[in-house]
Design a protein around this ligand. Structure first.
Ligand SMILES: [Ca+2]
Ligand SMILES: [Ca+2]
Ligand SMILES: [Ca+2]
Ligand SMILES: [Ca+2]
Length: 255
């Protein structure tokens, strides 16, 4: 006998009616997709799906990164990691680590001015502005092989390297790679401004590569060994340094 018929008969006490209605919401599979149908927070994932994913069924944006849980699943980013998100501009090859990595200590020794990162270290996140004015986080690329290329606009070898970076991105991106250009100086070796970042992108045909501004040396000194640029760093998918201030200007040895 259906619930409706019982109600018509007046056979059910109110408390049982309520229990039956809740039970129907949670357990029945009206659309036949194999899971419960209730989406309590309206983020596009049912409560049952959220239970499996480890997201919060009563919070549409479990990790608080501004992108809803269902949207993240569709886009292939992690709904439980606030650094894993889709950037509005640039088409960057972001990663989907379920949670941010656990950064270690710097073990690379001093370069005479600063302590530096070393091979095997799990690096800290950094956040710098890109050519579109977006705040870009290193940890957004956790899960990918990352190549950082620090340089300055006046530096010829940095220009030559920048000319090759989009090609490397196109070749290795589908295998899990993101190149990141980071400018520490403009043509006069002053801190770059937004127009400089755009010029660098356009001059070197960087279509899906962020150009970040580190004109205030927040990041670069801790990766610098000999104070010659460009300074290239390779970081593995688990955010461990594979090579630092290296002459390997391509990720090819790791693919
Ligand atoms: Ca939901
Ligand atoms: Ca949710
Ligand atoms: Ca989110
Ligand atoms: Ca996220």
């Amino acid at each position: 006998m259906r619930l409706r018929d019982l109600l018509l008969l007046g056979a059910l006490p109110l408390v049982l009616t309520t229990a039956c209605l809740e039970s129907d919401k949670d357990d029945e599979d009206d659309d036949g997709d194999g899971g419960g149908d209730t989406d309590s927070d309206g983020d596009g994932l049912s409560d049952a799906e959220e239970d499996e994913l480890g997201t919060d069924p009563s919070d549409a944006d479990s990790d608080g990164d501004g992108q809803q849980d269902g949207e993240e699943v569709t886009n292939g980013t992690s709904p439980t990691n606030p650094y894993s998100l889709t950037y509005a501009e640039g088409g960057y090859n972001v990663g989907a680590c379920a949670e941010p990595p656990d950064a270690g200590e710097m073990t690379g020794g001093s370069n005479g001015y600063y302590d530096t990162w070393g091979v095997g270290d799990v690096v800290e996140n950094f956040t710098l502005e890109d050519q579109y004015g977006q705040e870009v986080h290193l940890y957004s690329f956790c899960g990918q092989h990352i190549m950082l290329a620090f340089g300055a606009m006046w530096c010829g070898p940095c220009q030559d390297l920048a000319d090759t970076v989009q090609g490397e991105q196109d070749e290795y991106g589908p295998e899990g790679f993101q190149a990141i250009e980071i400018l520490v100086g403009d043509l006069q070796d002053n801190p770059p401004d937004q127009d400089d970042l755009v010029d660098w992108m356009e001059d070197h045909d960087l279509e899906t590569v962020p150009v970040l501004n580190d004109g205030s040396y927040e990041v670069w000194p801790y990766y610098e060994k000999d104070f010659y640029i460009p300074t290239v760093v390779h970081i593995g998918p688990d955010m461990t340094i594979l090579a630092i201030d290296t002459t390997d200007y391509s990720p090819s040895p790791w693919f």
